[in-house]
Design a protein around this ligand. Structure first.
Ligand SMILES: [Zn+2]
Length: 272
């Protein structure tokens, strides 16, 4: 049985500040070790429950955070960017389930370091009129491939966000958000134990959990953080501009929703 792991950093136990996600400082060096250890705990739990093959995708920022030298040797690792499907690169229909580890709440909501794909650019993303964060966007992409997300880890706000979208998925709440950069967290050791146990339960119940499906046509609305950013995004063919600070587009697949949003994210660097 093959298990796919998408690994972000904001939802890791002990992470509360953006500096911990930015390379080039000691805080990031520490956070990436915590991130790697939570992934290893999930791999151990999955293998305990019968997984035979694990693919891990480094899904945060530069996508070169996980320390491959410390990663459980039963896994293989995708790192670096850009990559075609970003946080779900490498996922195919042969996987039984997805773990979304260290995930965070969507832009415009409470939660530790809450954002959607690009905190500088995107204020809010809706899919068919419903607020979607990275969990919903990438989880729906996994659903389109035919694979359910069976385990999430992150804060209490992530838990509240994924509950209605992913019924049946295991969710490990490793910290409680007090404000955007302030949490009450489990210790890394306690979080790893909880993640290992939940990973085992998730793999054990994998056949009961249904993939999230968003059937096309998929209407996406992207509210930007400034009118200047919306000016820029409106240059992309296929977009419309219903109001000054937002653009909309319609896609035939979640794969194309994700590709378009990641192109917009890359474009936003022009205005940074
Ligand atoms: Zn991240």
């Amino acid at each position: 049985m093959r298990i796919y792991i998408s690994s972000d950093i904001e939802g890791v136990a002990g992470v509360v500040h953006g500096e911990q996600g930015r390379p080039g400082n000691p805080e990031h060096e520490r956070a990436r070790r915590l991130m790697t250890a939570e992934v290893n705990a999930a791999i151990a739990g999955a293998v305990d429950a019968g997984a035979t093959e694990i693919l891990v995708n480094d899904s945060h920022g530069p996508m070169r955070n996980l320390l491959i030298e410390d990663l459980d040797s039963r896994a293989r690792l995708i790192s670096g960017k850009p990559k075609p499907v970003s946080m779900m690169e490498g996922l195919d229909a042969g996987f039984a389930g997805v773990f979304a580890l260290g995930f965070h709440a969507r832009a415009g909501s409470h939660g530790i370091l809450a954002h959607t794909i690009n905190g500088f650019a995107f204020a809010r993303v809706t899919v068919n009129g419903r607020d979607f964060g990275e969990s919903g966007l990438y989880g729906a992409y996994a659903g389109e491939v035919g694979v359910p997300v069976i385990l999430f880890s992150g804060d209490d706000c992530l838990k509240a966000e994924v509950g209605p979208l992913f019924p049946g998925a295991e969710v490990v709440e490793v910290k409680r958000a007090i404000m955007n950069s302030c949490a009450e967290s489990m210790t890394p050791k306690a979080a790893r134990e909880a993640i290992r146990a939940a990973a085992g339960r998730a793999v054990g119940r994998v056949k009961e959990i249904k993939p999230l499906r968003v059937p096309p046509p998929i209407a996406v609305r992207v509210q930007l953080n400034s009118v200047a950013l919306a000016d820029l995004m409106s240059l992309l063919p296929g977009t419309e501009r219903p109001v000054p600070e937002a653009v909309t587009f319609t896609a035939g697949s979640m794969r194309n929703v994700i590709r378009t949003l990641n192109c917009m994210s890359a474009m936003s660097f022009m205005l940074r």
